[in-house]
Design a protein around this ligand. Structure first.
Ligand code: DGY
Length: 310
C-alpha cells in the first residue's frame, strides 16, 4: 500500500499485513485463520475463487478490493456466505483513461519500435518512409463500454479531433454522450472503427467479446486497444489479425494469463504493451487505498459502504 494508506491502516485499524508484496491464496487463508479479521483488503492480483471463499473463517464479513474490477472474486460464493464486497470506482477513472490514450498513441505511432531503435543506439537517420506510424488525431474511435472510463477516453478523443462512436448495453442520455454516436450492435460498430478501445468489465458476460469474427469486421489497418481485462480478447485471433494486416497494431495493458503473458507478446513488433498499470500512479493508488479503507470503516461502523457491489 502507498505510505499514506499504510499509515492510516496502522492508525485507525487493528490490522495485520503480510510482508510479501503479493500474498498467495494459501498465505491469505493461513493469515485469515490466524487473525480472524472482520474485513479483508486485497487487490486484483489476489484471486478469491469459490474454494477459497468457502475456506474463509466465519469472522470475515467484508471483502474490500482495491480495484474497480472484481472479476478476480467469486461473487456468488461470497453471497452464499453472506460476505459483502466493495470496490473502488471513480478514483481511477482519469488515470485509466490516460493509460488507454497512451496505448492508442503508442500503438498508432509505433512507439515500441521507435524506443527499440533509440535503446539500440540509433546511429543513423531514419528514412522518409521508414517505420511510419498511423496518424491518431482525426480518426474514428469506437468505444465498447461507455461507463465512467469509456466516457473519460471519449473526452480525451475529442481533444484529438476524433469522431467518437460507442457501443453500450443501453444508450446514454445526450449530456453523457456529449456528441458520441451510439451504435446499438457491436458488429455494426466494428466496421466503422479505425481505432477500437475496450472498456467493459471482465467476467462471464464479456469473455472472448473480441474474437476472430469481430476482428474480421474491423477496417483494414485498424488499431485495437485494451486497458480493461485480458479475458475480453481472444489472443490467438489477435495474433492472426496482426499477421494478416487486418490490425495495424495493438496497445494492451491487460492479458489473459497475466502476469505470465503468452510468449508471442514478447517479440511481436506491432504491439505497444504495459503490465496492467492503468491505475498505477501515486495519486490514484493512494486514492484507491483510501477509498477501500472508507468502505471498511463504514462497514465496521454498521453503515452501508458507498461502494457496495450489488
Ligand atoms: C481495476 O481497478 O480493476 C484495475 O484494473 C486494477 O486491477
Amino acid at each position: 500500500m502507498p505510505d499514506a494508506v499504510a499509515l492510516r491502516i496502522a492508525d485507525e485499524f487493528d490490522a495485520w499485513t503480510l510482508p510479501a508484496i503479493r500474498m498467495t491464496t494459501e498465505e491469505l487463508l493461513h493469515a485469515a485463520h490466524a487473525h480472524r479479521p472482520e474485513a479483508l483488503m486485497l487487490s486484483s492480483g489476489t484471486r478469491l475463487d469459490a474454494v477459497t471463499v468457502a475456506a474463509l473463517p466465519d469472522e470475515v464479513r467484508l471483502v474490500a478490493t482495491v480495484s474497480v474490477g472484481h472479476d478476480h472474486i467469486d461473487r456468488a460464493a461470497l453471497r452464499t456466505r453472506s460476505i459483502a464486497l466493495t470496490n473502488t470506482p471513480d478514483v481511477l477513472t482519469e488515470c485509466n483513461a490516460d493509460l488507454a490514450f497512451l496505448l492508442i498513441l503508442g500503438a498508432c505511432r509505433r512507439t515500441a519500435e521507435h524506443q527499440a531503435v533509440i535503446r539500440a543506439g540509433w546511429g543513423r537517420p531514419l528514412g522518409m518512409t521508414e517505420m511510419l506510424g498511423i496518424r491518431a488525431s482525426g480518426r474514428t474511435l469506437g468505444i465498447v463500454g461507455m461507463g465512467r472510463i469509456g466516457r473519460a477516453v471519449a473526452r480525451r478523443a475529442r481533444g484529438f479531433g476524433m469522431t467518437v462512436l460507442y457501443h453500450n448495453r443501453t444508450r446514454l442520455p445526450p449530456a453523457l454522450e456529449d456528441g458520441a454516436g451510439f451504435v446499438p450492435e457491436l458488429h455494426a460498430l466494428l466496421p466503422r472503427c479505425q481505432i477500437l478501445s475496450l472498456h467493459v468489465p471482465g467476467g462471464p458476460a464479456t469473455e472472448g467479446l473480441i474474437g476472430a469474427a469481430e476482428l474480421a469486421l474491423l477496417p483494414p489497418d485498424a488499431v485495437l486497444v485494451n486497458a480493461a481485462r485480458g479475458s475480453l480478447l481472444d489472443e490467438d485471433a489477435l495474433f492472426a489479425a496482426l499477421d494478416t494486416g487486418r490490425l495495424a497494431a495493438a496497445g494492451l495493458d491487460v492479458f489473459r494469463n497475466e502476469p505470465h503473458v503468452d510468449p508471442r507478446f514478447l517479440t511481436h513488433p506491432r504491439l505497444f504493451l504495459t503490465p496492467h498499470v492503468g491505475s498505477a500512479t501515486r495519486e490514484t493508488r493512494t486514492a484507491m487505498g483510501m477509498r477501500a479503507l472508507d468502505n471498511i470503516a463504514a462497514f465496521c461502523a454498521g453503515q452501508v459502504p458507498d461502494d457496495l457491489v450489488g
